[in-house]
Design a protein around this ligand. Structure first.
Ligand SMILES: *Cc1c(COP(=O)(O)O)cnc(C)c1O
Length: 228
């Protein structure tokens, strides 16, 4: 691992955040690609928000860092129903609440209120997970009866092959939707945050008001060189 390069990459992103309109946005370092060593280096560099998307890997890593309670663990990827019981009481934030059946399982297994982002499929690509824009209000209202779920915000993933203009449109749409849900004033859905922006598009997401950017590849560029 090239630690100097890791620091350069991280500093570049943090610098962009602090110079953006959304200077208080939080960087979630997506660590699904990397091992414990790289995560330790990130921790030493001050990173406290880690994002994982596989249940087993997440549990292993969380256990390793058990002596570092200041880490915030974000579960970011599609979650099947079966592993919910294993992970749900070990995460700080869940970014991918994308269907009611999953909400049901979380509600059944959680031992405390879980801060969740509803995943929205803005571009309505059929292969992408998430609720459609027009369903959101009904879904939010339905989730009122799930007492272990707190909707703290909305999350989206933009498609890879679209123009900058289209990226702006997607992020603006998510932000507007978040404001609408927030304005409903529902106790179980304060919905003050948006989780949007990945390596390819976090600068645009910051321009459109992202609160959490979830960045992986851009942090590790030229860092993960083979060791002799
Ligand atoms: C992998 C992943 C990311 C990070 O993507 P990069 O392109 O590596 O920055 C962000 N969000 C989700 C949901 C992911 O699965």
């Amino acid at each position: 691992m090239n630690k100097e390069q890791l620091k350069i990459n991280l500093d570049k992103i943090l610098n962009e955040v602090s110079k953006s309109k959304q200077s208080d946005a939080e960087l979630i370092a997506v660590t699904k690609y990397v091992d414990i060593k790289v995560m330790e280096a990130l921790y030493e560099l001050g990173v406290r928000h880690f994002g994982e998307n596989r249940a087993h890997e997440f549990l292993k890593k969380k256990e390793y860092f058990a002596d570092k309670p200041d880490i915030q663990w974000h579960f970011i990827g599609r979650l099947q129903r079966r592993p919910v019981k294993d992970i749900i009481n070990h995460i700080d934030y869940f970014h991918a609440l994308d269907r009611i059946s999953l909400a049901k399982e979380i509600n059944k297994r959680a031992e405390r209120i879980i801060p969740c982002f509803l995943q929205i499929n803005i571009s309505e690509e059929s292969q992408k997970a998430g609720f459609g824009v027009n369903e959101v209000q009904a879904v939010v209202e339905e989730l009122a009866e799930y007492e272990k779920i707190c909707i703290i915000g909305l999350m989206t993933m933009a498609p890879y092959d679209i123009s900058e203009k289209e990226l702006h449109e997607i992020f603006v749409t998510l932000k507007e939707l978040q404001s609408k849900v927030q304005a409903l004033g529902l106790p179980h859905a304060p919905c003050k945050k948006v989780s949007m922006g990945m390596s390819q598009d976090y600068q645009i997401a910051l321009e459109e008001g992202s609160n959490y950017i979830r960045v992986g590849q851009a942090i590790y560029e030229d860092v993960l060189i083979e060791e002799e």
